[in-house]
Design a protein around this ligand. Structure first.
Ligand code: E4P
Length: 218
């Protein structure tokens, strides 16, 4: 399973990329606004830090303008993955950008029907938002199960399932059990995944016992 990080915060991206566990990055207009930085500059910087796909979202809503924006974003770096919303214009733009050879992430997916359309439009990634579905009292992970089942039934579908709007490590574990291709994690969730109190307790005990030996490895 690939792990992307879901942030436009350069410091966080640098820190987490150093773990060697980050396969890509996703941003959205809200995350860019939160960073307070210039969008184009941020995308270029992220692409230089992480070699994997870096999702940069268009903000136009009509096909012609979306395509112009997407083509501009695609020129910023070879690992830019243009993000388009799951609308008729977004899918039309997805198909055109895929024809250019550009990676496309179709975002704001909330149903299996939408995921099926994105696959037909040739999306590189489909981003179902599990946390936002949970927030309205529906089953976010149930949607992932449906999409994985549908995509698996058609070997010609190459669209990768990118689990988005992840709120906690349990979402990640559930997605991995279902065979989802990618999860995009807020930095806090990736950090949480390292933690277990028994790891901390066990390490403290090992180090205390080691100190008693008076030895040093180096
Ligand atoms: C990533 O591609 C999505 O934009 C992001 O995961 C949405 O997360 P949120 O629901 O926490 O805003």
């Amino acid at each position: 399973m690939k792990f992307f990080i879901d942030t436009a915060d350069i410091k966080e991206i640098r820190d987490l990329a150093e773990t060697g566990l980050v396969d890509g990055v996703t941003t959205n207009p809200s995350l860019v606004a939160k960073s307070g930085r210039n969008f184009i500059d941020v995308v270029k910087e992220i692409c230089a830090i992480v070699p994997g796909p870096v999702s940069a979202e268009v903000t136009a809503t009509d096909h012609a303008q979306m395509l112009r924006e997407g083509r501009k974003l695609a020129k910023l770096a070879s690992n830019v993955c243009v993000k388009v919303p799951l609308t008729p214009d977004g899918l039309k733009t997805c198909k055109a950008l895929r024809g250019d050879g550009t990676q496309v992430n179709v975002t704001l997916c909330f149903s299996a029907a939408q995921a099926l359309l994105a696959a037909k439009a040739g999306a590189s990634f489909i981003s179902p938002f599990v946390g936002r579905l949970d927030d309205i009292g529906t089953d976010g992970m149930g949607l992932i199960a449906d999409i994985v089942q549908i995509y698996d039934a058609y070997p010609a579908i190459e669209t990768e399932v990118l689990v988005a709007s992840v709120r906690h490590p349990i979402h990640v574990i559930a997605a991995a059990k279902m065979g989802a291709d990618v999860a995009t994690l807020p930095p806090t969730v990736l950090r949480q995944m390292f933690n277990h109190p028994l790891t901390d307790k066990g390490l403290a005990a090992f180090l205390a016992d080691w100190a008693k030996t008076g030895q040093s490895i180096l």
